[in-house]
Design a protein around this ligand. Structure first.
Ligand code: B1M
Length: 211
């Protein structure tokens, strides 16, 4: 059997050459793509998420680990047959209108992808109407909104109102986050959840997607 534990450890250590070597070895030995992803690459990234949550790992290390995981994924992805790796849910993600901060939002997206979720990232400065259009087009389980400014966090409320007006609110769960955003604020604007960091956002999105 392939050495999935060493592969997971190579992701945790952000060791790209070792991730590539062990992923290729697992493929050559005939391991299933789903096992390489779940028992090796994602298992490693899950540990990274837990350490980040506890403050034992920092943003640059998480970004490097995510890169190592993605490099490994690029070997396995072409081998995946549809249905091999069930999706843990689909998320529309964006930084709200007027706000250009995307480092945290990108980290949230990486964590969600590493947790097996499909992420449609709309980028930064995303107006409510664009979120509504994306909900109609992609039919996601969860909408994730990020804001870093005390002024732009108010656009989260506008976004929820537009989704309500367009009859889309009940089709999705909405989660919010970013430095100035709190659980109280999330409750006040009628969001379904708030997460303080990227790893918690992934856990929350998976829980709300219920897959
Ligand atoms: Co800006 N900026 N910035 N900035 N910036 C802050 C946010 C600020 C606190 C700095 C300060 O004054 N101390 C301040 C906001 C003050 C306020 O509103 N109360 C500020 C300001 C004022 C501004 C400008 C207005 C400055 C100016 O031009 N006068 C301007 C606004 C531009 C705009 O958006 N329209 C501006 C511009 C910029 C840069 C472009 C230079 C750059 C952004 C680059 C980029 O993102 N590509 C920038 C940066 C880097 C910062 C700081 C220094 C760092 C933000 C960051 O990336 N943190 C920031 C000060 C600070 O936070 N120390 C600051 C790291 C990141 C990993 O954390 O984004 O919090 P964070 O994400 C976390 C969690 O919040 C959570 O998970 C992430 C990972 O754990 N999270 C979610 C985030 N989104 C989530 C979504 C979820 C769940 C969790 O669910 C969907």
């Amino acid at each position: 059997m392939a050495d999935f534990e060493s592969l997971a450890n190579a992701v945790i250590d952000c060791n790209v050459p070792r991730v590539l070597e062990l992923t290729q070895k697992a493929v050559d030995e005939g391991s299933k793509p789903a096992d390489i992803i779940n028992l090796g690459l994602i298992a490693g990234m899950n540990v990274v998420g837990q350490r980040f949550k506890k403050g034992d790992m920092y943003v640059p290390e998480v970004l490097m680990a995510a890169k190592a995981m993605n490099d490994g994924m690029s070997i396995v992805k072409p081998l995946i047959v549809e249905g091999d790796v069930p999706s843990a849910g689909k998320v529309i993600l964006g930084t709200v209108s007027g706000d250009l901060h995307d480092i945290g939002k990108n980290l949230v997206g990486m964590m969600m992808e590493s947790g097996g979720m499909e992420v449609v990232d709309l980028g930064v400065d995303v107006p409510p109407e664009k979120i509504a259009a994306a909900v109609r087009e992609h039919n996601p389980d969860v909408v994730g909104l990020s804001a870093l400014l005390t002024t732009t966090m108010l656009v989260m409320k506008d976004t929820i109102e537009v989704l309500e007006e367009e009859g889309l609110r009940d089709k999705v769960k909405i989660i919010v986050g970013g430095a100035p955003v709190t659980q109280d604020f999330a409750d006040e604007i009628g969001a379904d959840g708030w997460a303080p960091d990227a790893a918690s956002a992934k856990d929350l999105a998976q829980e709300l997607a219920g897959k």
